[in-house]
Design a binder for this molecule. Structure first.
Ligand SMILES: *Cc1c(COP(=O)(O)O)cnc(C)c1O
Length: 421
């Protein structure tokens, strides 16, 4: 459920007409709904209300300061994967004790930054990383809270580029070696083991892979405890999928996901952490674009938009589907057409959809990509010197630009011409 709906033939975001925002801000732009963001956060929080828990929003999905502040004020913690994200979370008012630090390649600089600024825990992904955290913690005279990310070797049955829980992936340590690695962690100075972490992938559309992974964590917990380790937190990762099409997909609901966590690990008396990104922000954002031209090709019609792959790379990178809808609702019985929907970038990969049947649109019309809130704006670039597009947040009848479009001069002035040139 989201808050982008047609009313009197026009698409609205909560209490704001999308076409009015487009007229003010110019296209293309990302548009987010506060009510949808909060609703999704709340669903997760409620789904875990059976015990102590923290929902740590995986901010790599969408990291605008206004989005972070919205979620932080609702009580969310943050899952960060870089020093930049850590700084963003802190700048949005999130305290260190609500930030978990994930990622396979934490640099020494990032580890120091988090230890100095305060951190809930590092989710450690390898032995060399564990040793680096130990060294830095000792040098700073602090204790670093850590979980170790175990790789449960389950197939998440999702797109290869977003699957992380198979033994061939680069993530975590093989669960079979967990006892050995926990023993080394316990022996290292400056580390405080607090629990176990697992994350098997993104855009999972079934519960079975989660169940398989969580059962392995449930088996591991008493084993590690018997070895003398404190296991008081279980970080169950993120990855719950969203429906990208209105019609056929029905991924599990957060309620069922929360029930599964209770069923598999609820008896262990641990505080539960989860790290959802996509499900919180995915359907809370749309990308609004204008049709530049409708071009007839040989046997196909191209819808050429002012948005391109640099603004939304998911279709090019993951072959992903986004529903594309007209901002002015098609009248009942209005003509449909079949388009190849493309952007203006000089790459054949700059194709959002091939052979897409949708209501016929004309030059100058506004369209919206649904479900574009997650891994949209954050993955954008200025390829072709196309300025980063604005982000807009609505809340009820209020709407504000939360990241402005840079001018050409701002873009150009980021470059420096050497004195000797
Ligand atoms: C990407 C990621 C997440 C979030 O995944 P979603 O599919 O957006 O929920 C959570 N935890 C880790 C470690 C990740 O890498």
């Amino acid at each position: 459920m989201d808050h982008f709906i047609y009313r009197d033939g026009q698409l609205w975001a909560e209490e704001c007409p999308v076409a009015e925002i487009a007229a003010e801000v110019g296209t293309p732009f990302y548009l987010y709904s506060t009510a949808t963001l909060l609703r999704h956060y709340q669903l997760f929080d409620d789904a875990l209300s059976w015990g102590p828990h923290l929902v740590c929003y995986a901010m790599k999905a969408a990291s605008n300061q206004a989005i972070l502040k919205t979620l932080a004020e609702a009580g969310a913690g943050m899952d960060v994967v870089s020093g930049g994200e850590y700084a963003r979370a802190r700048a949005a008012g999130v305290s260190g004790d609500k930030i978990v630090f994930a990622g396979v390649g934490k640099t020494r600089g990032e580890i120091r930054q988090a230890l100095e600024g305060g951190i809930r825990q590092f989710n450690v992904e390898s032995e060399p990383e564990m040793r680096a955290i130990s060294e830095i913690a000792v040098a700073l005279g602090v204790e670093a809270p850590v979980t170790i990310r175990v790789n449960p070797d389950v197939d998440a049955k999702t797109h290869a580029k977003i699957s992380t829980g198979k033994s061939e992936n680069k993530f975590g340590i093989p669960i079979a070696r967990a006892r050995e690695v926990y023993a080394e962690a316990a022996a290292l100075p400056g580390l405080k083991i607090v629990g176990i972490d697992v994350h098997i992938g993104s855009q999972l559309t079934e519960l079975a892979p989660f169940e398989a992974a969580y059962k392995k964590v449930a088996e591991l917990t008493p084993v590690l405890r018997a070895d003398g380790h404190e296991i008081s937190r279980l970080d169950m990762g993120g990855g719950l999928g969203i429906p990208y099409t209105r019609s056929n997909e029905a991924p599990p609901l957060p309620t069922d996901y929360g029930a599964l966590i209770k069923e598999t690990v609820g008896h262990l008396g641990c505080e539960i952490e989860i790290e959802p990104g996509r499900l919180i922000v995915g359907n809370a954002g749309i990308l609004v674009s204008r049709v530049i031209y409708v071009k007839d090709g040989e046997g196909r019609t191209f819808l050429i938009l002012d948005a391109a792959m640099n603004d939304l790379i998911r279709p090019a990178m993951y072959d992903s589907h986004h529903d594309i809808i007209p901002v002015t609702e098609a009248a009942p019985g209005a003509a449909h057409a079949t388009y190849d929907v493309v952007g203006p970038v000089c790459e054949s990969g700059d194709t959002f959809a091939k052979g897409r049947e949708m209501p016929a649109v004309n030059e100058g019309d506004l369209i919206a990509f649904r479900s574009a809130g997650a891994y949209g704006a954050v993955m954008s670039s200025e390829y072709n010197t196309r300025p980063m597009i604005p982000e807009v947040l609505v809340k009820g009848d209020q709407s504000s630009v939360i990241r402005a479009r840079p001018s050409f001069d701002e873009i150009i002035n980021r470059d420096t011409i050497p004195e000797w040139l």
